[in-house]
Structures are given as C-alpha cells and as structure tokens.
Ligand binder design. Structure first.
Ligand SMILES: [Zn+2]
Length: 272
C-alpha cells in the first residue's frame, strides 16, 4: 500500500516491547525485530493470534449491519455534534478507542488532527481502513492501547467500555476525553416493540478518578425508519440483540416502519 503521509503510524508503539514502530514496506517494525503486517486495505493487526482461532470483537455480520445502518445518516446529528465539540478543542492527535467501522472516526481529521482508530474487531477495521485512508487503524486490546504515555491530545470513546486509567496514560497533560452514552429515552420506540415493560436508560455520570467533567452536551431527536432491513440492522447494533425473547424479535421483524427517539449524552473531561 502507499504510505500517503510521513505521519502514518508514527505514534503507534510495539504491543510486545513498547518500542517505537517504523514503517518498512508493508510492515511495521520495532528495534527488537517484532513486525506487524499492514493489511492490503490499510489496517494493522497488533493483537496476538487468538488461541482458539476465534476472531475477537464484533463479527462480520454485526459490522456490516452497523455500517449499513449508519451509512443512511440516522446518527449524523450525533456525528455533527461530536465534530463541533472536537473542533473547539483543536486537538492535534486524536485516539478513537473502540472506533468500530470508523463512522465517527473518518470525520475527526477534518480540522487537521492526526487520527488513530483502535478496535478489537478486524472486520470493523477492514471497513474503516477502506473508507478512510488518512487515519491510522489498528486492532488492539482497548485496555492496552499501543501508544506511549502522554501521546494524544484527545481520546474519544463512543458507546465503548471505559478504562480511564489507560485513557489517562495515553493522554497528554490537560488532554481531553470525550465519551458518548445513550440518553434516557434512546431507542425507546424500539424497546416498546421488543418488551412489554420497556425501561428508560440510566444516565449515570461515570465516576472518574483521573478526569474532571468540563462539558456535557445532549443530542436528542426522533427518526422514522421506513424499511425492515434498517430496523433489523439497528436492532443488531444494540445490546437488546442479545437479550430479547423470540416473540419480541418476531414482532420487530414484522415491522416495516419504526418511529423512535434517539438520544445521546456527550461528556467532555479533562485529565487531572
Ligand atoms: Zn517490539
């Protein structure tokens, strides 16, 4: 592949020895001789081979469903708000942790930042790297991010598990952490179909030891989804996919139209 920028993979360190990696042809190599292939679509696998042969993270089908759903623009108001917040802080280096297939990541570099996306699913990163040649995409363990201490100006964590110790480690002094979580009424219309007694989400403020909250933004709107494929793709992106009865799923499959609220809470923290 063509390395289009001299900064490509510039900040990634070796997951085995933590030394700097350098691009050499189609591989990344450290001084200790560990090397990692850059896949033809452009991402790098930094995870050790899984013992059982299983591929960790989201499956091909889940990634495809999410890509198809997001590409219709249903979550664009969230992406736009996220970019507005990012732009305001003028970060030079952004780490998107749990970046999935890069729907949000791919727009984060529009203001000049160097963007890196990390996810455990190689299927997600295949899509991400194909769509977005400017950002660096690496499969990685999100509790052991392949960046040196004090590297990034901003870490972004959309709907992913938090490891604030690890986020604080990779961020520079005064670095920002942006989290996105579902608001109370997020997907309530979907839950009304799936469950007899749908509950609202809790909007707990994450207890943070290494970060102080500086800003909280909300994005709330309703969408009309007029196609069963889109409804089922949305369903497969949610945690309800794993815990809904067959009756609930059958009710949803019979729907050709869904009106639902969407809601997101975006919190910006600064490293203490
Ligand atoms: Zn190494």
């Amino acid at each position: 592949m063509d390395i289009i920028s001299s900064k490509k993979f510039n900040y990634i360190v070796c997951p085995k020895c933590r030394k700097k990696l350098s691009v050499s042809g189609n591989t990344l190599k450290c001084a200790d001789g560990h090397s990692f292939d850059i896949a033809s679509c452009g991402y790098v696998n930094l995870l050790p081979p899984h013992k059982t042969g299983d591929v960790p993270g989201d499956s091909k089908e889940m990634v495809r469903a999410r890509r198809d759903f997001l590409s219709k623009g249903y979550y664009k108001p969230l992406a736009d708000k996220l970019y507005e917040i990012i732009k305001g802080y003028k970060p030079e280096i952004i780490a998107d942790i749990g970046c999935g297939e890069g729907y949000y990541t791919s727009g984060m570099g529009a203001f000049g930042a160097h963007v890196m996306g990390f996810d455990i699913s190689k299927y997600a990163l295949m899509y991400a790297a194909k769509r977005d040649k400017a950002s660096d995409y690496c499969t990685a363990n999100l509790h052991d991010i392949p960046l040196a201490d004090n590297t990034a100006d901003m870490a972004v964590c959309c709907f992913c598990a938090h490891d604030e110790h690890e986020f604080a480690r990779i961020l520079k002094e005064n670095g920002k952490l942006i989290t996105v979580l579902p608001a109370k009424r997020h997907l309530f219309g979907l839950k009304e179909i799936l469950y007899d007694k749908p509950y609202e989400n809790t909007e707990e403020n994450e207890a943070m030891e290494y970060f102080c909250l500086v800003e909280e933004d909300r994005v709330e709107y309703t969408v009309d989804i007029d196609c069963t494929d889109d409804i089922m793709n949305l369903f497969s992106m949610t945690p309800y996919f794993w815990k809904t009865s067959k009756d609930g799923v059958d009710r949803l499959k019979a729907m050709s139209h869904l009106n639902t609220e969407l809601g997101f809470v975006i919190r910006t923290y600064v490293k203490r």
